[in-house]
Design a protein around this ligand. Structure first.
Ligand code: AMP
Length: 220
């Protein structure tokens, strides 16, 4: 296995596939940094920065924010990190994937693993429409499938739970269609490079996590 400290890993998958949950579990075990472009953007929006103001409308409607904005934002962070990185929610388009190659080229590196977590659309809709997210740590719960111990509060850090503005029916529909059109083709892009591995995302998060670790440890 690549040392966590030097590994570049992409978690691919539709919205609601569980990329963020798995990334957070990996960070707990390996000395790596999670870079979630969605979380970075939500922070920019809540701070009211220039990027946040530009991204807000795209995010609420479930569209992708423009490639130039997201690439510049990601690049600034990626090039300043000296540990291994889990990319969660990036790349989402072919243009972003090519830009990522260039960035890693500047570091004389390339992607070590791309893991696609696949889940059927019907499941994604029910996961997203009941999802509750922690305002403080980003932890994810569900009104029916992963009910928090104390109503409205995060089990991990006791932060407030809220329903994301884009976890509404119209926006979910758009996000899934954007995923199929713009992001799913990246599966073939990375498959052709021989770095892609697949995990069935329609199983318990702990089982997904053990498959993920088996891949990173070279056992699968
Ligand atoms: P996520 O938290 O990954 O579901 O992202 C939430 C929203 O942020 C997405 O629906 C997009 O509007 C935006 N976003 C996040 N990552 C990207 C990206 N790599 N490219 C374009 N838009 C993104």
């Amino acid at each position: 296995m690549c040392e966590g400290s030097t590994m570049y890993l992409i978690l691919l998958g539709a919205p609601g596939a569980g990329k963020g949950t798995q990334a957070k579990m990996l960070v707990e075990e390996l000395d790596m940094i999670q870079l979630s472009t969605g979380e970075m953007l939500r922070e920019e929006v809540s701070k009211g920065t220039k990027n946040g103001k530009e991204a807000k409308q795209f995010m609420e409607s479930g569209s992708l924010v423009p490639d130039q904005l997201i690439i510049a934002m990601l690049k600034e962070r990626l090039l300043s990190i000296e540990k291994g990185v889990i990319l969660d929610g990036f790349p989402r388009t072919r243009i972003q994937a090519e830009a990522l190659d260039k960035m890693l080229g500047e570091l004389r590196r390339s992607i070590d693993y791309v893991i696609n977590i696949s889940v059927a659309d019907e499941k994604l809709v029910s996961r997203l429409s009941g999802r509750l997210v922690c305002r403080s740590c980003g932890g994810s719960f569900h009104k029916i499938f992963a009910v928090p111990q104390k109503d409205g509060f995060c089990d991990f850090c006791h932060g407030d739970l809220y329903q994301r503005a884009d976890d509404q029916p119209e926006s979910i529909k758009n996000r899934l269609s954007v995923y199929h059109h713009s992001t799913k083709p990246l599966i073939d892009f990375y498959q052709a490079r021989g770095v892609l591995q697949e995990i069935d995302g329609d199983q318990d998060a702990m089982l997904i996590f053990s498959e993920l670790k088996a891949i990173l440890e070279g056992d699968k």
